[in-house]
Design a binder for this molecule. Structure first.
Ligand SMILES: Nc1ncnc2c1ncn2[C@@H]1O[C@H](COP(=O)(O)OP(=O)(O)OP(=O)(O)O)[C@@H](O)[C@H]1O
Length: 230
C-alpha cells in the first residue's frame, strides 16, 4: 500500500512544524475553525509556495517529480473557484494532466457541461469541473480544499461518496479540508483537527463527540444540531 509521509512541514506564521503519515486507501478530513491552518497544511503537502520540510509518496518526492509525472502522484484542488479562462469544461479537465477524461466526466456527471465555457457555468457546476480536473490524472494523493463548498445537498453527498470510493476501491489517498462536521464524520476514515496552525487532535468520528470540539470550535451538539456552547 502506498503511503504519504510528510516530515517537518512548516510555513512561518501559518503552519507550525507538522509531521504526518497517511495510509493509502483512506479519506482524511482536516477540520478546524477559520484560520486554523487547514489550507496551509494542504499547500505545504502539495508543495505550493514557501515551505520547509519534505513529502514522500511511496518514497518518491512529489515536489521534485517532473511535470509529466507529478499529476499522477499528487494533485490539489484549491478553495478558489474564481476561474475566468475562456476554455470549455473538457479543456480545463484535460489541463489536469495526462489520461482519459471520459471516466471523470461520467463520475461527476459533467456530460451536459463538457463543451460549455467554464466562465459561463454556475459556481457549483464550475466547482465540479475543477474537482474533475484534479481527479482526472487518478493521482495517488488527491488534496481538496473545501470541495463541497458551493455544492447543493445532493452533490455534497454524491461527491463525498465518490471520494470515499476512490479511496476504498482505487486505493487513492484523499485528504480534504471541510467545515461540515457531520459530513466529515459520516464519510471520513480519519479526522485531523487543527487550531492555531497545528494539529490538536487526530482520530475517528468519535472525535466529534469529545470535549475537544467545544474547546476548539466553541460549539456543542444539542437537540440534534451544532449550537454555540451553552
Ligand atoms: N498568503 C498568506 N500569507 C500570510 N498569512 C496567511 C496567508 N494565508 C493564510 N494566512 C494565515 O495563516 C493562518 C492559517 O490560514 P489558513 O488559510 O491555512 O486557515 P484555514 O484553516 O484554511 O482557514 P479557513 O477555514 O478560513 O479557510 C491564518 O492565520 C491566516 O491568516
Amino acid at each position: 500500500m502506498s503511503r504519504l509521509v510528510a516530515s517537518n512541514l512548516c510555513i512561518p506564521g501559518r503552519l507550525e512544524q507538522t509531521s504526518l503519515e497517511v495510509d493509502a486507501g483512506t479519506l482524511t478530513c482536516l477540520i478546524g475553525p477559520n484560520g486554523s491552518g487547514k489550507t496551509s497544511l494542504l499547500h505545504a503537502i502539495a508543495g505550493i509556495g514557501t515551505r520547509d520540510g519534505g513529502v514522500r509518496i511511496d518514497g518518491v518526492d512529489p515536489w521534485r517529480a517532473p511535470p509529466s509525472v507529478r499529476p499522477r502522484l499528487i494533485t490539489f484542488f484549491p478553495a478558489s473557484r474564481d476561474v475566468k479562462w475562456p476554455l470549455t469544461a473538457s479543456d480545463v479537465i484535460r489541463l489536469g494532466g495526462e489520461g482519459e477524461i471520459g471516466p471523470v466526466i461520467a463520475d461527476l456527471d459533467l456530460e451536459a457541461f463538457a463543451n460549455r465555457r467554464i466562465d459561463q457555468l454556475s459556481t457549483g457546476e464550475r466547482t465540479r469541473v475543477l474537482i474533475a480536473r484534479a481527479l482526472a490524472p487518478r493521482p495517488r494523493v488527491a488534496l481538496l480544499d473545501e470541495p463541497v463548498a458551493n455544492l447543493d445537498p445532493l452533490w455534497q453527498l454524491k461527491l463525498m461518496e465518490h471520494l470515499r470510493t476512490l479511496a476504498s476501491e482505487s486505493g487513492q489517498t484523499v485528504i480534504i479540508a471541510a467545515h461540515d462536521l457531520d459530513l466529515a464524520g459520516r464519510f471520513a476514515d480519519r479526522l485531523i483537527m487543527m487550531s492555531s496552525g497545528r494539529i490538536v487532535a487526530d482520530g475517528g468520528r468519535d472525535l466529534l463527540e469529545s470535549g475537544v470540539i467545544g474547546e476548539i470550535f466553541g460549539v456543542e451538539r444539542r437537540d440534534g444540531a451544532w449550537q454555540p456552547l451553552a
